[in-house]
Design a protein around this ligand. Structure first.
Ligand code: ADE
Length: 247
């Protein structure tokens, strides 16, 4: 059974309590597939006021997370392990499906949440092995970014989604977006359900889903199609869309 241990170093451990105690993240923990723990960086401050930030050398606004407390915290949590130590940061490499899949293969991850204006560069040099960003915008801290990363990674661990998990059809799993979904009632506010979905022809349903996924990607994120895995049938369908987009 593949399991993952995730340790998070943060100044705000309470931010993780609700999310990690509900829904799929709780299920993953309950099944023993995820061992999750937070560690308060303030406990490693080494001074009686638990001060972990200071003004930046060179002036300018904001406060910087001090290197001593952070490196001590990372060393203590890491112990003898060789786990990747990932800083959530807007300067990191983008979080994509590929990155989440790569991280899901690891037995252990240590996530570090920055706060304030930034983290002293020497702590990054000495103790961080990877930096990941969840998008081109700036959050007030790394906690929400860490939660996004944890969710994206943990749902890929076999057994977390159980039988309902069709991860291979997820948006981005093969470089395309997912198409539309429908459930009961058969008619809602005058809108029906595509006939093929109630036809009982599984091969036709699969073909329709694939084409809807391609159409949606072509309409909304054509940039993804350049790197997507496409069959000859997929290419023929996309060529047809180029010729007659309304069909
Ligand atoms: N911390 C602040 N902004 C962030 C972002 N976009 N991604 C990851 N960590 C962050």
């Amino acid at each position: 059974m593949k399991t993952i241990k995730i340790d998070v170093l943060t100044l705000f451990p309470a931010m993780f309590s609700a999310v990690m105690s509900e829904s799929m993240m709780w299920k993953a923990r309950d099944l023993g597939l995820l061992d999750f723990q937070t560690h308060d960086i303030r406990n490693y401050a080494g001074n009686k006021h638990h001060k972990v930030d200071d003004a930046p050398y060179g002036g300018g606004g904001g406060m910087i997370l001090k290197p001593d407390a952070l490196v001590r915290a990372i060393d203590a949590v890491k112990a003898e392990d060789s786990a990747p130590v990932i800083l959530l940061s807007p300067q990191g490499r983008p979080l994509t499906h590929e990155v989440a899949s790569e991280l899901a293969k690891q037995p252990r991850l240590i996530l570090v949440c920055g706060h304030y204006e930034g983290v002293d560069e020497r702590a990054i040099e000495l103790a961080i092995s990877d930096e990941i960003s969840i998008g081109d915008y700036v959050l007030t801290g790394g906690e929400l970014a860490a939660l996004v990363l944890i969710d994206a990674v943990v749902r890929l661990i076999p057994g977390v989604l159980g039988a309902v998990g069709a991860q291979h059809r997820d948006s981005h799993a093969d470089g395309t977006l997912e198409g539309p979904h429908y459930t009961r009632p058969a008619e809602f506010c005058g809108l029906g359900v595509p006939d093929v979905l109630t036809s009982g022809h599984h091969a036709e349903v699969d073909r329709w889903r694939r084409q809807q996924a391609l159409k949606r990607t072509w309409e909304r994120r054509p940039d993804l199609l350049e790197k997507a895995t496409l069959s000859d049938d997929d290419r023929a369908y996309l060529a047809q869309l180029e010729d007659a987009p309304g069909d």
